[in-house]
Design a protein around this ligand. Structure first.
Ligand SMILES: Nc1ncnc2c1ncn2[C@@H]1O[C@H](COP(=O)(O)OP(=O)(O)O)[C@@H](O)[C@H]1O
Ligand SMILES: [Mg+2]
Length: 262
């Protein structure tokens, strides 16, 4: 796989009365088409990193290149999904109206807009809810709307920041499987931040484990679990149990050497 994104020497210090070094130094690449999960302790700079990778914020140090070109603002082929779906949806717009917001003015024909809205809503299982308003939907359904909007954009790379952190366990499992299906259907590259180790392993082809701030990469762990993954059988595999244990230990022990595989 070729690399879609390359991150070199990325570091970030929040300036102010008490400057705070959130990110120490990150170097990694994101292969085109990969599902890369990122885990690390709370406050280690995961959101800061995503802001830098999305072009929303310029890091203090280092470079981010997409397709060999340095980032200059938010790239047109990148989409973002945040944890807080209730704030990312417009309450006065219908579900379809919220998805329609993905399109930059005048860049997509009316017919194509309609097709993309329908395809995206179908992909997240919300075709029937197109005319509803966000407040008529459950939290999980609202997050599906946010995902549909990102899909309608047809991004080459999708960045997600703890997108399922505020839904119940059952809904979360459904949304995880939705992401796996959506990834197959739209063939995107996905960068998925979570604080849930099991989720990172279940979804990822690779898990980047971050240390606490100022963060560095403790290890990039390749996840060679069989696909398609299954909520019950995948999580029962010895390899799954071993990976989640190894990653939990890396997070607990910070930069200390991980235990070798049996
Ligand atoms: N705008 C900001 N100004 C100052 N410090 C910030 C700002 N945003 C985040 N931080 C600090 O940077 C650290 C990393 O934050 P964040 O990237 O949100 O971590 P995470 O997403 O991993 O929980 C935290 O200690 C946080 O308090
Ligand atoms: Mg965060």
């Amino acid at each position: 796989m070729t690399d879609l994104m390359t991150i070199e020497g990325l570091g970030h210090v929040y300036e102010g009365k008490d400057p705070f070094e959130a990110i120490g130094r990150l170097d990694f690449t994101i292969p085109e088409g990969a599902f890369v999960s990122i885990v690390g302790p709370s406050g280690c700079g995961k959101t800061t990193m995503l802001r830098c990778l999305s072009g929303l914020m310029t890091p203090t140090r280092g470079t981010v290149t997409l397709d060999g070109k340095p980032l200059d603002g938010v790239p047109h082929d990148l989409a973002l999904v945040f944890q807080d779906y209730s704030r990312s949806l417009f309450p006065w717009r219908t579900v379809a109206g919220n998805v329609a917001f993905a399109f930059p003015r005048g860049q997509v024909s009316k017919q194509e807009r309609q097709e993309r809205i329908e395809e995206s809503l179908d992909a997240v299982g919300l075709s029937e809810a197109a005319g509803k308003y966000p407040w008529q939907l459950s939290g999980g359904m609202q997050q599906r709307v946010a995902i549909a909007r990102a899909l309608a954009y047809r991004p080459r790379i999708l960045l997600m920041d703890e997108p399922f952190a505020s839904v119940d366990a059952q809904t979360r499992a459904e949304l995880e499987d939705l992401m796996l299906a959506v990834r197959e259907r739209f063939r995107m590259t996905i960068l998925f931040v979570t604080h849930d180790i099991d989720e990172s392993v279940y979804l990822g082809d690779r898990v980047l484990v971050l240390s606490k701030s100022p963060s560095t990469i403790v290890q990039a762990v390749d996840i060679d679990l069989p696909s398609p993954r299954d909520q019950v059988t995948t999580r029962e595999l010895d390899a799954f149990v071993h990976l989640r244990g190894a990653i939990a230990r890396m997070i607990r022990d910070g930069g200390a050497a991980p235990t070798p595989s049996p």
